[in-house]
Write a protein that binds this ligand. Structure first.
Ligand code: HEM
Length: 502
């Protein structure tokens, strides 16, 4: 045989082998046997899979929702050489993943960037549902966010919201980036619950740079959202070619250093009279590494989710002036003009609650939930989910499903008045906090804090847009960068309203 024929034959052999081992081939084989049907999905090329799909920056939620229109409520995609990604896009598929197969589908897919030594073995967010995960969830449930604990934190939230209102009054008539200062307020609430300290100073010129707590949390979020080669081709893991893991490691270290002194001092003085969360952890003999991981996982998932929800709610209300007037009317009726909102008012403000629910329906911040993983092969919607598949539950499609929601794209808080639909994880067409065993452990606190801040913003101020922009001109575009955020952050001008005291 001449050398050219050998080369051609070799190339043909390589192509044949890579096809044989490609997922398409496995999918084809599995389709032969009705018991082992894999979910449908776009054609996946050998080695690269569906990496060629065109997705505009920040628009993965829209691209997956569009694909689901062609391939159905449970579809399969393949990226690189890792197990496939399953996407559940309607309430039936969500109910099977999060209820029927909750146990098998509750593992976590751990991105390469978060596999930081010293952190990952103590993580709760990235752990499968192991004994360690159960122990930490129990601590969250009993010591942080039980109804009793959330009640006992009321004075903290009221004080931190007063500080935010004070800052906004000092900026009356000026342009404010609302999401940023709400973020500051939320991390101050968390800092006070954890170690009795503010971590954000509204007047500090360096508050937004990467040395401040807010800057560090943001940096971690941005790093976690970056597409990282080893997440598609694990063989490149040790090289860390994009440096994402190295930068994450540095950032985690800086975060730990920011509270290191506080932890050391508490351990040294043995004064646990403050009775905050740090005292509880020290008295329960948590090591420094365990405390670091826990605190990281309170500040990380707790800040952007809540601040971005309030930013969206304010944007929707400013855009839909009649809804804003209705909410102001409810607040004036229940609270009156002469005092501030109190947390105890929340139960008497059904329209406020409806506004929050409608915001979370249209703009669910944790759009795909945190990435689940099948810990064993299981069946969903009569299809096989192979062990180790990654699973996204696309709440963006589910919350906008025209088969379930009337006028799904409209902001209509009224749909939640006189309705039993709630976010506690029982209504699978409405799951902004997830459902099943991995449901958000801070749901009750987050629901209270977001409603309370929103009520205070609306009751204390009249809001206008800069440069004479009209409400209907407000940009409502969204981008998925770990949370579903506004593409153009909300800039507004506050003016103390007649109901605002001092
Ligand atoms: C509006 C605010 C919030 C929303 C919409 C939200 C939503 C969610 C969702 C959808 C999940 C993923 C569930 C799953 O993977 O199945 C989650 C998990 C989690 N959330 Fe929240 N969350 C919010 C606020 C918070 C806050 C304030 C904290 C902490 C202070 C927090 C801490 C966590 C943690 C630690 C997890 C991981 C739980 C686990 O893996 O077992 N969240 N959240």
């Amino acid at each position: 045989m001449d050398p050219l024929t050998v080369v051609v034959l070799l190339i043909l052999l390589i192509i044949l082998l890579s096809l044989l081992f490609s997922f398409e081939f496995k999918r084809y084989i599995m389709h032969m046997s009705p018991k082992k049907l894999l979910p449908p999905g776009p054609f996946a090329w050998p080695l690269i899979g569906n990496t060629v799909l065109s997705v505009s920056e920040g628009q993965l939620h829209v691209a997956l929702a569009d694909l689901a229109k062609n391939y159905g409520p449970l579809m399969m995609l393949k990226f690189g050489l890792v197990p496939p990604l399953m996407v559940a896009s309607n309430h039936l598929a969500a109910s099977e993943v999060l209820k029927t197969q909750d146990r098998a589908c509750s593992g976590r897919n751990v991105a390469h960037s978060v596999q930081v030594p010293g952190y990952i073995q103590h993580s709760m967010v990235w752990a499968d549902c192991t004994e360690h995960w159960k122990m930490v969830r129990r601590i969250w449930r009993t010591e942080l966010f039980s109804t009793k604990m959330v009640d006992s934190q009321t004075t903290i939230r009221e004080e931190k919201v007063r500080e935010l209102m004070g800052f906004l009054r000092s900026r009356e008539g000026e342009v404010v980036h609302l999401g940023e200062v709400i973020f500051g307020c939320i991390i101050n609430v968390l800092g006070s619950i954890i170690f009795n300290k503010n971590v954000y100073d509204y007047d500090d010129d360096n508050k937004d740079n990467e040395k401040g707590m807010k800057g560090m949390i943001r940096q971690l979020m941005v790093l976690a959202a970056k597409p990282n080669l080893p997440d598609f081709y694990p063989v490149f893991g040790p090289l860390d070619l994009q440096g994402i893991r190295k930068t994450t490691l540095e950032c985690v270290k800086r975060m730990n250093e920011s509270w290191e002194g506080i932890v050391k001092e508490r351990r040294a003085t043995k004064d646990h009279s403050r009775n905050d969360f740090l005292d509880v952890l020290i008295q329960a003999h948590f090591t420094d590494a365990q405390i670091d991981a826990l605190l990281l996982e309170i500040f990380g998932p707790g800040s952007d989710t809540s601040s971005c929800t309030i930013e969206w709610a304010m944007s929707e209300l400013i855009k839909n002036t009649n809804k804003l007037l209705k909410l102001q009317e409810e607040l004036n009726r229940v609270i009156g003009q002469s005092r501030e909102v109190r947390e105890s008012d929340l139960e008497n403000l059904p329209y406020l609650h409806a506004c929050l629910k409608e915001t979370l329906r249209l703009h669910p911040p944790v759009t795909f939930l945190l990435p689940h993983r099948a810990t064993e092969t299981c069946e969903v919607m009569n299809c096989t989910i192979p062990k180790d598949s990654q699973i996204f539950v696309n709440t963006y499609s589910i919350h906008r499903d025209p088969e379930v929601w009337e006028d799904p794209l409209e902001f209509k808080p009224e749909r939640f008045l006189n309705s039993t639909v709630d976010y506690q994880g029982n209504d699978f067409h409405y799951i902004p906090f997830g459902a099943g065993r991995r449901i958000c452990p801070a749901l009750n606190m987050a629901s209270r804090a977001t409603r309370f801040i929103l009520a205070s913003l609306v009751h204390n101020f009249e809001w206008s847009l800069p440069g004479g922009m009209k409400p209907k001109e407000l940009d409502m575009g969204d981008s998925f960068v770990l949370v579903l955020a506004k593409t153009v952050p909300l800039s507004v001008i506050p003016r103390a309203s007649s109901s605002s005291t001092n």
